[in-house]
Design a protein around this ligand. Structure first.
Ligand code: PBG
Length: 344
């Protein structure tokens, strides 16, 4: 036996002893705020936040959403004001969700193709008056259909390819109005490729796509549907197009397809109950990966905080940190303005 091998043999038991209690105490590093900060593995900053803003064509200024305490439906003027504040706090981007007058809704989602609709107007106002913040818009039909589904229907069936055609046209309208990122949130097959082709064909080569790639048929969307006014009308559920919460491999398949079709970044939705999916997606694809802390997650925290059962600020920051720890590059969240205040 060589000398080196003998040395390794004699050193090994020593190393084992030093890497255990009482020589090693993990609590040493946790003693002070400075040493905890020094060894922190994950950083949460304002750069991680995407503010999910709800806008309405039928409010003068601001109108509270009862199931989302602290969230208002905003007029375009109020949106511009709050977007300036968000930008000034360093929030990199916001995402718009429209509450549309029920009279403008129909089975064909015609309003989704109105170049002077609420969202195109809001995007133009933001681009004119609030330079320096990224504008993300959903490409989706649910705010515009009388039945509240994300696609056009025949009978009980959501029509995939017919829906994709409308989505592609609506993406062009949104890009024309100045959107920086379009976010197909419908879960139709093939929509990312169709949107990319449509944008490229209309010479919007630099408009990015953030796809709602792994979007689950979740009960956590309830307050959002109140906020945009689709809950009452929605017949049935979205299980024929959104994913089954039981599935995880399928999420990777969805993400892979969206990347192949040209998605620049992908999203997992909801957030907190699906952080295992975020981790798998990030490990597997190493692309910009986002998660949506959806309305129901926000509402749960706020409701408990209002009852004095949870500390709002602490739990908010802890939940956002958990997204980062799981591998998120950013988080879409109704907490963005409050969190930004605490982080900056
Ligand atoms: C649908 C869409 C949904 C959300 C945003 N766009 C879900 C749905 O209604 O199925 C949910 C956002 C939230 O809950 O905060 N295009």
């Amino acid at each position: 036996m060589s000398q080196a091998a003998i040395q390794v043999k004699t050193f090994k038991p020593m190393e084992l002893i030093v890497s255990a209690y009482p020589q090693l105490r993990l609590r040493r590093k946790r003693q002070a705020d400075w040493s905890r900060r020094l060894v922190a593995e994950t950083q949460l900053s304002v750069n991680d936040l995407i503010w999910t803003a709800v806008i309405s064509d039928s409010v003068d200024d601001r109108e509270p959403v009862p199931s989302l305490p602290g969230v208002n439906r905003l007029s375009i003027n109020a949106l511009v004001e709050e977007a300036k504040a968000a930008r000034d706090m360093g929030i990199p981007a916001l995402a718009l969700f429209p509450h549309i007058d029920p009279k403008a809704k129909d089975e064909a989602a015609k309003e989704a193709l109105n170049p002077d609709g609420l969202v195109p107007q809001a995007v133009r106002a933001l681009k004119d008056q609030v330079p320096g913040i990224g504008v993300i818009v959903d490409v989706a039909l649910d705010p515009y259909t009388s039945h509240g589904h994300d696609g056009v229907m025949t009978g009980e069936t959501i029509l995939n390819d017919e829906t994709v055609e409308i989505l592609a046209k609506s993406a062009i309208i949104l890009a024309k109005s100045g959107a920086d990122i379009v976010a197909p949130s419908d879960m139709m097959d093939g929509r990312v490729g169709a949107v990319r082709d449509a944008l490229d064909g209309a010479n919007f080569k630099d408009v990015m796509i953030m796809s709602y790639a792994a979007k689950y048929a979740s009960g956590f969307y309830g307050p959002y549907r109140d906020a945009i006014g689709t809950s009452a009308a929605l017949k049935g559920d979205k299980r024929t197009y959104q994913m089954d919460p039981a599935n995880s491999d399928e999420a990777l398949h969805e993400v892979e397809l969206d990347l192949l079709e040209g998605a620049d970044m992908v999203m997992v939705k909801p957030g907190l109950p699906y952080l295992d999916i975020v981790r798998r997606v990030k490990d597997e694809f190493r692309v910009p990966t986002f998660a949506f802390q959806v309305s129901g997650e926000y509402a749960m925290i706020m409701a408990a905080a209002q009852n004095g059962w949870l500390e709002e600020e602490r739990v908010m920051l802890e939940s956002l940190m958990s997204f980062k720890r799981a591998g998120c590059d950013g988080i879409l969240t109704y907490f963005a303005p409050t969190a930004a205040k605490l982080l900056s």
